[in-house]
Design a protein around this ligand. Structure first.
Ligand code: LLP
Length: 427
């Protein structure tokens, strides 16, 4: 019987100091993924940039790691932008996304000197050009277009592209030209190119190669027809990770390299000269580095099931309830013991759907006080956590070489009450 080690530290020691539920990141794994993406994503024909999608997991500590590794940062809200500023991120390396940015957010981006706004629609382009004029601030833009390719985990489909809430369909070239006109005419706004994102947790290359092919043809057409020249192309994120044994993702570095090769090929075929290709991985940078640790409570047997209750649940990881997402787990304090029973891992939130894992093979000796680990819990768990049932968000720890540091403290009852108000409104 052995205990799980994370970043060279026994999980019992981590739980003893920090309590549970606890999210522990093996910091070296984050560094390895960043390095693999950056090293794999190289070309002799154009510049490349790896941009971390903050929505997967954001806090000042991860933003600093992203910056140290030499990656850019994709943010989608004033909140993520503010956190990046407070972390000391170079604002020029920021790409501000979103389908409905407010004037306040756009103004904030301009004032902070944010490098690039990824425009989503006509209204936004117009507003940005007006606000850039008012603030007298320069900014670059990409336009998010929809290539009509939607990728899912094990397949990809071509859609009309008309149903996505994001971006504008590449079929609407004349509309795209009109949409971009204020940016092309602006003294402050510089049009750099196009952006597309085809989905998330994609484990195959076909969707990406189809999107690249379509995007590069589109770029050539916009140049031929309207003399609109795109110099930058971002193909978004979406690179899959291994949650369970059935997931067979392509290693991130290999995937990034493949995309650069496909882009070179398609550029040569279309006679297009891009200056820069970008990718925006989120999940694949932080997902597998994250370990969610829970303390096991009661084990309830029904006629058909063995439940194991843990001290967290959908409030710290909504993904199983929301997407039927699957994870694998272990009793972290009984590694190596025979897994001879199928358990249903249930959270403590007041909802029947609060099941973290429907069926997990674990040792039947699992007992109250053991620690349960959910693997690959580092992406979209904490960032989508809620205070449902007034559960506090868990503590987050970075572990490396036998040392651990707290990067987000556990949310207390007092923290949760900090927004309480009792003020008369003057209306
Ligand atoms: N770039 C754009 C424009 C995106 O919309 C996204 C994700 C990414 C990059 C990063 O994708 P990633 O490499 O992390 O797959 N909450 C869902 C995932 C939503 C992804 C939304 N956009 C989940 O938990 O699976």
């Amino acid at each position: 019987m052995a205990n799980l080690q994370i970043g060279g530290i026994d999980c019992r020691d981590l739980a003893a100091v920090s309590g549970t539920p606890l999210l522990v990141y093996d910091e070296s794994k984050i560094e390895q993924q960043l390095a693999a993406a950056i090293q794999g994503f190289q070309s002799e024909h154009f510049e490349t940039e790896v941009v971390y999608a903050a929505k997967a997991f954001s806090c000042k500590a991860i933003f600093r790691k992203i910056q140290e590794a030499g990656a850019g940062l994709d943010v989608v809200s004033g909140g993520e932008l503010y956190c990046a500023k407070e972390a000391g991120v170079d604002m020029k390396r920021i790409y501000f996304h979103g389908n409905n940015k407010s004037d306040e957010e756009i103004s904030m981006a301009l004032e902070l000197g944010c490098g690039t706004i990824v425009l989503d629609n006509r209204m936004e382009c117009r507003r940005l050009c007006q606000l850039a004029e008012e603030h007298k601030k320069n900014i670059q833009v990409l336009l998010r277009v929809n290539p009509g390719v939607e990728a899912h985990t094990h397949e990809y489909i071509r859609t009309s592209g008309a149903d996505s809430k994001f971006g504008i369909s590449i079929e609407k070239k004349e509309e795209i030209r009109q949409l971009l006109q204020p940016a092309l005419d602006s003294k402050y706004v510089e049009f750099k190119g196009f952006h597309s994102h085809i989905g998330s947790q994609i484990t195959e290359t076909e969707g990406f190669s189809a999107a690249l092919e379509i995007m590069i043809r589109f770029i050539r057409e916009m140049k031929d027809i309207y003399k609109i020249e795109a110099k930058h192309l971002s193909i978004g994120g979406g690179f899959g990770i291994k949650y369970t044994a059935s997931d067979k993702p392509i290693p991130l570095g290999d995937m990034a390299g493949m995309l650069a090769r496909i882009c070179e090929e398609r550029m040569a075929a279309e006679g297009i000269d891009l200056e820069k290709l970008l990718i925006e991985p989120g999940r694949s940078i932080v997902g597998e580095a994250g370990y969610a640790l829970y303390t096991v409570g009661f084990g309830k047997d029904t006629d058909t099931k063995h439940f194991l209750f843990v001290d967290g649940g959908m409030s710290d990881n909504i993904r199983p309830a929301l997407y039927q997402a699957e994870y694998s787990c272990d009793i972290a304090t009984r590694l190596g013991e025979k897994k001879d029973r199928t358990y249903c891992i249930a959270g403590k939130n007041c909802e029947s759907g609060d099941i973290l894992i429907k069926e997990a093979e674990l040792p039947s000796s699992a007992a109250e006080g053991d620690l349960l680990v959910i693997y690959a819990a580092g992406a979209y768990g904490y960032s989508m956590a809620s205070n449902y049932n007034r559960a506090g968000r868990p503590e987050v720890v970075f572990a490396k070489d036998g040392k651990a540091r707290r990067v987000l403290r556990r949310e207390t009852y007092q923290d949760q009450l900090r927004l309480e108000a009792d003020e008369q409104l003057t209306i």
